[in-house]
Design a protein around this ligand. Structure first.
Ligand code: DAO
Length: 201
């Protein structure tokens, strides 16, 4: 009897959790002008072939025509363990859903990654936390085969205790609970940037 109950509970949990990419709930009435400004990545679910390691931050800008762009940086290791600060630039194309964008990004140097990704805002209160999501490859069953997600904070020290439960519940909703690693902010990427700049002089 106990086994049947456990099996039913597991089944019910699976049914309750819809991991289809098409059904992932995003922020309602997302207002990109309130989202503008600097966000620190405090946790990350990596994609296959991870790139940005730590000291990751993104600054979103909305121009007079309403177009969103972003500058981002972070510590990366490329080409035979060469550690550097990657500076990235991204543009965003609006879609019918205000929380879903098509992102195109470039590295400031040719050996850095560039590409096109989805950029979805799952949830934010604009002043403290934001949950970003991008699925790069959808599996045959409609779930995400390869994707990444950043938990952003307005504060480099991390999420406020009162935001942690909200973020944990959202991680569960997007089927990524337990898949994140902490992203630290040690200032190392700024140090690397200054060091490389000095070497070039
Ligand atoms: O780190 O593995 C990875 C994926 C990195 C994608 C680069 C995105 C650059 C622009 C970031 C804007 C905010 C998400």
């Amino acid at each position: 009897m106990l086994r049947i109950c456990v099996a039913l509970f597991v089944l019910a949990t699976c049914w309750a959790q819809d991991c289809q990419v098409a059904n992932i709930p995003v922020m309602q009435n997302f207002d990109k002008s309130r989202f503008a400004g600097k966000w620190y990545a405090v946790a990350k679910k990596d994609p296959v072939g991870l790139f940005l390691l730590d000291n990751v931050a993104a600054t979103y800008v909305i121009d007079e025509s309403g177009k969103m762009t972003a500058n981002a940086y972070g510590r990366v290791i490329i080409l035979n363990n060469w550690e550097m600060c990657a500076n990235m630039f991204a543009t965003f194309e609006d879609t019918p859903d205000p929380a879903k964008f098509k992102m195109t990004y470039w590295g400031a140097a040719s050996y850095l990654q560039s590409g096109n990704d989805e950029h979805w805002v799952i949830d934010t209160d604009y002043d403290n936390y934001a949950i970003h999501y991008s699925c790069r490859e959808v599996d045959m069953d409609g779930t995400c085969l390869d994707g990444y997600s950043f938990i952003f904070s307005r504060h480099p020290t991390g999420l406020r205790p009162e935001d942690q439960k909200i973020v944990t519940d959202k991680k569960k909703e997007i089927c990524l609970l337990g898949k994140y690693r902490r992203v630290s902010h040690t200032g190392k990427s700024l140090y690397l940037f200054i060091w490389k700049w000095k070497v070039r002089l």
